[in-house]
Write a protein that binds this ligand. Structure first.
Ligand SMILES: CC1(C)CO[C@@H](CC(=O)O)CN1
Length: 421
């Protein structure tokens, strides 16, 4: 068994704007060990990885790619983390006929087969938040929406996708605001234009400033509903931050009742998965490896199941490819960065990959995007309560009926004479 070796490259951000390698590298190494323990998967091959640290910087990430490519042995595929590194690596990789699989790339820009013909990701695109937002707008009969965004490509393309989807749903974005570093005027304009149902997309440092200004403008409470991003660190609004002058209590008052949306990154059921472990068993093993009492301090911890499943996606795809190539008297280990037949075989095997992993059902769209569930939570009395989960593929919203309305019922999406009497 496992007489021969197949090697892949791995690029991990161990520091920088998203140091997700800290939580994801251990998960990848766990998966490599688990795959290599299976005699029914790649029985003739050991799956090995050579890796480097990108620090979540595109230039360094590109340098790591070149080092991986110019050092023996040949790499059959490259795993990447940050979006900004993945966009560089996935554009370069096609010159070496390499498939790229990202466990940490959320940028909507990566959903582009012209620019990234061989790219896949187990991390969902940020646009995955939009279908559940639209589903909930419809549920509460909101047809007049407002948006406010930090001017970053990630948020601009998310809002563009939202505009597409709300148009199809007959919902109107009446007010659009954006800001670069200071949200004061943008929030003031939302108030002036009587925004009620507001989608806000920005990083958590800006979120503190947005909600401090919302507190001052009284743009919160029983007549307003905020939808923001759900993957900020725990207690993100309690972080000491001299860029705003509100107290934690004032922020909590402005934040009361807001909704958050995020991708479900770990299987929600205690059932056995196709990778031979339950999600709980994975979490238990990872916590032991990380040997920390507070996993909320480990960047990349929520994304670790995506990284673990990325290795299994490679294993299943290579396993399929070995059989296909054998029919044409070819071998995976003959890959030499030029043989497009082998790349095409790996690509089509990856494209048709479907399995239940630790992060739930793993499957890719035609653009290589991860298809995943999303969840919506509400901030009630200072803590987040799960309100529902959405399977967009099946258009199935599971709703727990736990929402609370400060005014006793869902607020209307615009001024109503009765309402304001
Ligand atoms: C949910 C988050 C934090 C979004 O950014 C991803 C990193 C990136 O897209 O560069 C990691 N996961």
């Amino acid at each position: 068994f496992k007489q021969k070796t197949l090697t892949i490259g791995g690029i991990f951000p161990m520091s920088g704007s998203w140091a997700g390698g800290v939580g994801c590298l251990p998960a990848v190494e766990m998966a490599l060990a688990d795959v290599n323990n299976r005699t029914d998967i790649l029985p003739d091959y050991k799956l090995d990885m050579r890796r480097g640290d990108s620090q979540c910087k595109p230039g360094l990430g590109t340098k790591v790619l070149y080092e991986l490519l110019y050092e023996k042995p040949t790499k059959l595929l490259v795993l990447t983390g940050c979006s900004i590194v993945s966009t560089f690596v996935a554009q370069a990789a096609k010159m070496w006929k390499l498939v790229v699989l990202s466990y940490g790339g959320s940028s909507p820009a990566l959903s582009n087969r012209e620019r990234f013909p061989t790219f896949f990701r187990t991390h969902p695109s940020a646009t995955l938040h939009n279908p559940i937002r639209v589903k909930v707008f419809k549920k509460f009969n909101w047809h007049r929406i407002s948006t406010i965004q930090e001017t970053q490509e990630l948020f601009t393309s998310t809002i563009e996708d939202l505009e597409q989807r709300v148009k199809e749903a007959g919902i109107d974005i009446a007010v659009r605001q954006s800001f670069l570093t200071d949200p004061t005027n943008a929030v003031r304009n939302l108030k002036r234009q009587d925004a009620r149902i507001i989608v806000g997309v920005f990083y958590e440092d800006m979120a503190r400033r947005v909600f401090c200004q919302a507190y001052k403008e009284r743009l919160y409470g029983k007549k307003h509903v905020w939808f923001i991003i759900g993957w900020y660190p725990d207690n993100w609004y309690k972080v000491k931050d001299d860029r705003h002058n509100c107290t934690i209590e004032q922020l909590e008052e402005a934040l009361e009742g807001h909704f958050t949306t995020e991708a479900v990154m770990i299987h929600q059921e205690p059932t056995m998965t196709d990778v031979g472990m339950t999600a709980q068993q994975f979490t238990h093993r990872l916590n032991k490896i990380l040997n920390t009492s507070d996993t909320s301090l480990v960047t990349g911890y929520p994304e670790a199941p995506l990284a673990y499943d990325a290795v299994w996606a490679v294993a299943f795809a290579f396993n399929k490819t070995v059989a296909q190539l054998a029919e044409r008297n070819m071998k995976l280990e003959d890959f030499d960065y030029y043989n497009e037949n082998i790349t095409n075989a790996i690509y089509s095997a990856m494209n048709s990959t479907k399995f239940l992993g630790i992060s739930g059902n793993v499957a890719f769209s035609a653009k290589g995007d991860r298809i995943a569930w999303t969840q919506i939570e509400q901030f009630i009395n200072g803590s987040y309560v799960k309100l529902g989960v959405y399977d967009a593929a099946a258009d199935n919203l599971t709703w727990y009926r736990k929402e609370k309305w400060l005014g006793g019922r869902p607020p209307p999406d615009h001024t109503q004479v009765i309402d304001d009497l």
